[in-house]
Design a protein around this ligand. Sequence first.
Ligand code: SAM
Length: 461
Amino acid sequence: MARIFKPSKGKSSSKKPRNHRAGATSQRDFEVLRYADDGRGIAIDNGKVVFIDGALPGEKVHAELIKTGKRFDEARCLSVHSPSPLRVEPTCGVYQHCGGCQLQHLNYRGQLEYKQQRLKKIIAGIADDVAVGAMPSTAFGYRHRARLSYRLGHLGFRRRASHEVENFVQCPVLMPELEGAIDAVRGPLLAALKPSKSAELHFALGTTATGEVAVGLSLEDQAARTSTWCMALAKALAPAVMLQRVSSVGGEWCHPEAMPLNYDFSFRHADTDEADSSQGRGEFFAGDFTQVNPAINQRVVEQCLSWLKPQAGDLIADFFCGLGNFSFPLAQCGARVVAMDAGAAMIERARQVSARYPGEPAINFHLADLFDEGQIALPKGINKAVLDPPRAGAKALCQRLAGHKTLLEIVYISCDPATLARDLVTLTEGGWRVQGAISVDMFPQTHHLESMVYLTRSGLK
Ligand SMILES: C[S@@+](CC[C@H](N)C(=O)[O-])C[C@H]1O[C@@H](n2cnc3c(N)ncnc32)[C@H](O)[C@@H]1O
């Protein structure tokens, strides 16, 4: 028997299972049939669905029930009788406790296949004739930012299904420079954070204006006390990490010496394969939204440009634009862009960056809540659009776009399969057709699925 998952010695796993029937055997064997949408294995036990953490389809596993409910049970794999050929030994030493990754026990080819199949399921019945592509990433060392929690003297990632914090030692999905910087400032941070009970810390890796690699840190909540406290912390962390921004009840406070990091807007033109870095660099602070996997992000931007073929004469809406990740490359190809987002600080920074470019600004950045029907003002004459919403999707916006008169092409980038499925139904019922779909591996080793879908429609009278 291959022993893969040992029962955790951590506090959270020693707790008695919630809802578990008194006297019932909590460990037994299961045959795993298929994947659940969150990467767990699904088995059927006496007609009831059981979700098994750490189990793969085709395997016979020995698992411990950790929760029982009316409709389904939940279990954790303890050992594997007949391992799947796709099973691998997890790289990370704390994989079985940490809440960050869910698929390290599945080889990378298997992960890509699993994500591709999920996207196939989403467009089934909507676009059965469309072949779903897969965009692979490097399997480890891809993340340029990380959010760590501090709680009761521990600094690291949240444990699986728990509020407890797993102390940060190493994290193989982080870029090595980021991993090293977090390790370097662990001591000073732990000393400084002592008085507060809990805090969220956003680390991000980028370059400075002079091209050096730098790491920024922003703190949330009660970690931000007084400017004196922050100055002392900033000093203790430098030069390994810049304390960039601190949220506090009174608003945002930036350390006076902290510089924003650079955001790279360069891409390669699909037709010539030439690199284009003429829109150069934007700026961001740790805590701003940036795509976590910069190499894959560049490919996503390039795929978007290759579908939309932006050119002079186009008026393109970039909905949920953030710092202008898509807006700047679209404008660089000659299109005019109207960009919208609800993040006031990011919109302001994007405006400042766009104002520095010579000539007429080709991008208009607007602050808008795109979930609020009343605030969705669709720019007149748009013929193409990029939608890159948060997990909640773009319900109200898709309802408005479904019957839009001048809009002919949409690229929808989604980080949530359920809301993507809902919004695609709205659009296709309005006459839109899916022409392309790609599962993008923005988050290797996790079950998170990023997708890109290209839709077109002939003009409405
Ligand atoms: C997945 S990110 C995409 C950002 C950007 N397109 C990029 O590639 O970096 C989603 C964006 O939606 C924005 N957002 C969240 N809720 C929103 C809302 N209700 N209305 C408008 N924008 C919102 C966030 O500020 C964030 O920038």
